[in-house]
Design a protein. Structure first.
Lengths: 150, 64
């Protein structure tokens, strides 16, 4: 039987990025972050990438898969996972915020909450249910201490 | 829950402001993320400084 191909978060990230760039050029409405302040977006993008990369590194060290829908083998609660339960997704969101700041117009900010909603509805909630089943009380204790985003 | 109740009170008192808050809330939340991370990083640096400064006292205290 042919397995249905699932869309992974980087695809949604790229689609959001395309929507943001399109809105910036087609309907910018207003400039909300003027230069040189908009250059801070570059630093925010780097911070987002670093956050996602460090979190992915923690997963690799723990020997658990990074790709969603794959079975986790370890519960990572150290490092960045002490401040957020989803540092990789947070890194993606932060990178998008950085791009919006760098573009500097109003409309590129609008697709980001949609991206957050999609990621939360399609990935995070399912992963939480799965981790609850897999790790039980250990995950529930972690969940009560650390926030979903930040 | 408390946030929702506060928003309901705002909706009763001044509905245009409540609707504006509803629209702007995701954008404000997004823009606050880098500042929150910065806050956590600064807190971490202060925690480290505190640990370094109090290290001699902790060593002396630990001696019987």
């Amino acid at each position: 039987m042919e397995q249905k191909r699932k869309i992974i978060p980087p695809v949604y990230f790229l689609l959001t990025l395309i929507a943001m760039t399109g809105l910036n050029f087609l309907a910018p409405i207003a400039r909300v972050v003027p230069a040189p302040w908009s250059y801070a977006g570059g630093a925010i993008i780097l911070l987002g990438i670093a956050l996602a990369a460090v979190a992915a590194g923690s997963f690799k060290r723990a020997g658990t898969p990074v790709v969603p829908f794959e079975i986790s083998t370890a519960l990572v609660t150290t490092g960045l996972y002490r401040i957020t339960r989803n540092p990789m997704y947070l890194g993606l969101v932060l990178a998008l915020v950085g791009v919006a700041v760098l573009l500097g117009t109003l409309t590129p900010f609008f697709p980001i909450p949609v991206f957050v909603w999609i990621i939360q509805a399609r990935f995070i909630r399912g992963e939480e249910r799965f981790l609850e089943e897999l790790f039980g009380a250990e995950y529930l204790a972690y969940k009560s201490k650390v926030r979903r985003w930040i | 829950m408390v946030k929702f109740l506060l928003w309901l009170i705002l909706l009763v008192l001044c509905w245009p402001l409540a609707l504006l808050a509803l629209v702007l809330w995701p954008i404000v939340w997004l823009l606050s993320i880098p500042f929150r991370l910065l806050g956590i990083a600064v807190e971490g640096v202060f925690e480290l400084l505190r640990a370094v400064i109090l290290l001699p006292a902790r060593i002396l205290k630990a001696k019987p």
